[in-house]
Write a protein that binds this ligand. Structure first.
Ligand SMILES: [Zn+2]
Length: 480
């Protein structure tokens, strides 16, 4: 207990010994704050899957029962607690949830948080989450994270680097970091009891690596006592670089003369889209992106943020006019956001490309798919034998993704295409992570978002550092 007797505590409810699902409760006296409230995919996969979904009426109860969500009173949406009355409370038991970035393993289960608990997140992250939600084919309780519709009472407050937010006894300073999605943040939490920093997810090899440097330097300046740090790639030493990715993509495209190139990219990985666009510029091809990707670019551009994403007006960028409904490009095939968006694109004369055009001249284009289920487009564009398929996302790392990848491989093989993997991770390598700890020099670290928390102590010792490693156990409070 500290000199003021307030007591600073940290409870990791998700992200302990697992990659993602971060749910970290920071308490200081009467102040209670969650750092992220993501979906724990590993916990969820044990009991649920594509055809095995919880019922709406018992969603929170079943998730709490199976350990997907923590049993905490006064944090969940009251309208979802009919079958979990013991978790209901008139007043919220948490003062705020801070979201580090737009990936679902960090923000997904904010969807289940009661609307009177303020959600704090980056301006860009809000735009990205909202655009992703608006452009979904179908929605559910869990995919509606911010509920910013007209009737919503959700309190959402946005921040940017340089802002200071006070949540009762805690002073928060969000600072941008570089990750595979724009608007990712680390957070420094200052209290009368000491300074705690949370890295969120970060890398040091991306185009915006200077942002991660800003976070590290500010942490060092502030004298962080406890650092909650991600260790996704702690056991990997290979240093990735987005520049190498761009070169590899250029190489693949330039040696595919007369043939097609199809690339699968993450929907939110705008740095990859930029690398791909640069590769297309160098090789004289047009980059054809999905309508959903184009919609996200437009929303980001209109939000007037300082985020560097490709502009829809770029002369090498075209939009794939995908078939829907009857498959005849009839107006009635496109509904909701899609119908409005296609009309807007047509009004401004944006270059829309159909499958038949790509089939006729495969050597003119690179088609970027933004989700695995779009693989069936190969049947529409009929790439000539020997065309290339490039997976430009991380490799599958669980059973479900492996099964999905097997289907993608089958499509690629069936079409007579060659398969390639070109990727740089969104996470720092083991050596880089230890460098960050050395530079920030905290008294104690709490490893999170890693399957190798035990490795931290070994690597720090090897470096000659005496940093205390406090391995979190799910739901166990660490006094700091
Ligand atoms: Zn993550």
């Amino acid at each position: 207990m500290s000199k003021l007797g307030l007591g600073l505590g940290l409870t990791v409810y998700g992200g302990a010994g697992e990659i993602g699902g971060n749910k970290i409760l920071l308490t200081c006296g009467e102040t209670r704050l969650f750092l992220d409230f993501g979906v724990s995919f590993s916990a969820k996969r044990r009991f649920f899957g594509t055809f095995l979904q919880p019922h709406r009426y018992s969603l929170v109860r079943d998730y709490v029962l199976t350990g997907v969500l923590p049993a905490i009173r006064g944090i969940y949406r009251r309208d979802l607690l009919q079958h979990a009355a013991e978790l209901d409370d008139r007043e919220p038991s948490v003062d705020a949830v801070v979201v580090s970035h737009a990936h679902l393993d960090h923000c997904g289960h904010v969807s289940l948080i009661r609307h009177d608990i303020p959600i704090l997140l980056g301006e860009g992250a809000r735009t990205i989450i909202a655009a992703r939600e608006m452009s979904r084919n179908s929605s559910s309780i869990e995919t509606s994270i911010l509920h910013t519709g007209k009737s919503s009472t959700r309190i959402v407050k946005t921040f940017k680097t340089g802002d200071v937010i006070r949540v009762k006894e805690i002073r928060l300073e969000p600072i941008h970091v570089d990750h595979s999605v724009p608007a990712a943040y680390g957070v420094i939490a200052e209290t009368a009891e000491g300074v705690v920093a949370y890295s969120g997810d970060f890398r040091i090899h991306g185009p915006m690596r200077s942002m991660t440097r800003d976070f590290i330097e500010r942490c060092a300046e502030k004298g962080v006592d406890t650092l909650i740090i991600e260790g996704t790639r702690l056991d990997e030493y290979e240093e990735h670089s987005e520049d190498n990715v761009r070169e590899a993509l250029t190489g693949h495209i330039s040696t595919s003369s007369g043939r097609g190139v199809v690339v699968l990219v993450g929907l939110l990985d705008f740095d990859r889209l930029r690398s791909l666009l640069a590769a297309c510029e160098e090789t004289g091809r047009a980059l054809v992106i999905s309508l959903r990707h184009a919609f996200l670019l437009k929303q980001l551009a209109e939000a007037g943020l300082r985020i560097d994403v490709p502009k829809l007006e770029h002369d090498r960028l075209m939009v794939y006019h995908e078939r829907r409904g009857s498959g005849t490009f009839s107006d009635s095939d496109y509904r909701g956001w899609l119908s409005k968006f296609i009309q807007q694109l047509m009004d401004v004369g944006a270059p829309l490309v159909r499958d038949e055009e790509i089939a006729r001249s495969p050597e003119k284009y690179v088609l970027a798919l933004s989700q695995p289920e779009d693989i069936t487009e190969l049947a529409n564009i009929k790439p000539p034998a020997g065309s290339r398929f490039i997976l430009s996302t991380s490799e599958p790392h669980n059973e479900e993704q492996m099964l999905e990848m097997e289907k993608i491989r089958n499509w690629v093989d069936f079409m007579g295409m060659s398969f390639h993997h070109v990727h740089a991770s969104g996470h720092a390598s083991g050596g880089e992570i230890i460098n960050v700890i050395e530079e920030i020099n905290p008294r104690k670290i709490i490893p999170i978002h890693t399957e190798h928390p035990g490795l931290f102590a070994k690597l720090l010792r090897e470096r000659g550092l005496d940093t205390v490693v406090c391995e979190p156990r799910p739901g166990e409070t660490i006094k700091i």
